[in-house]
Design a protein around this ligand. Sequence first.
Ligand SMILES: [Zn+2]
Length: 314
Amino acid sequence: MVKAINKLRHKFTTHADGSDALLFVHELVGEQDGPTIGISGSIHGNENAGSQTILELFRAIKDMPLKGRILLLPVANPRAFAVNHRFTPLDELNLNREFPGSPRGNYTQQLADALANNYFNELDYHIDLHSGTDRPTVDYVYIWNDEPLSRAFGSKCLYRPVEGKEGTVYAGTTKSVTMDRHGTKVVTVELGGGIVDQGPYVERTLNGLLNMLRHLGVIEGEVKPNPKQIVVTELVGIRPKHGGWLEPLCPANGEVIKGGQLLGRVVSPYDFEVIEEIPTPFENGVMIMQHLTRNVVEAGDYGFMVGNLEGATD
Ligand SMILES: [Zn+2]
């Protein structure tokens, strides 16, 4: 059984309104020794499917036999989460580009530093949950430095970046001396989002996390076999040039899209003319992210993501 559940509140600074800036972590300590697993959500404040899933995960595992320790960080960037905003409202910075942060930097850099030195440094494995925002819906998993763990989440599409992205959780993890000492394994999950019921995505994320925990031997039970998976190394984001109604025309996420097919089109909400048709960028691609409903977009908003199947592997 879980030996102890502790609510850890690490204060790293004070807000001007007098409130404490906190990292709020649930520590679940198993009766048997094992690795320390961190699971975090809402590094981007408008991607709350991960935070919802961490709530469900806590409910699911709090009475389970556990080997090791699980540190749940449901909301990594509370100020951004509270206003459903990608960036930290205090300085408009992207937390996932500021790692490993700085203790005397601006607010987001202080938050990044607090996460690096009071959370990431504890972890043997870190699973960071992202999703689409409240507009697009996304579905893939990053392969950073533990491919079997990334695959165990069970998504059809995986992405192996050719270069680490500067300032991300992963780059921060591998750069920080304290974290490098631990050789932390990192997985970034991208699943859910959009103006659609998040229930099925939360359920898939929960099942994926439970399978990862079984794979690591932290909870009991048989590891589910992976579905047929595809690993892409080229992923392109396509933004509409014009604002208006973005109407999706593409196949579902995880499905193939052939050259010449349209991802979608932008229609004027005013005179109803088609302003822009958006073609897929590859001869042979796979859908990774899209809007599932007719959404209002501004010029240059997140539109679609397509993976290149040329050079992709199983
Ligand atoms: Zn994100």
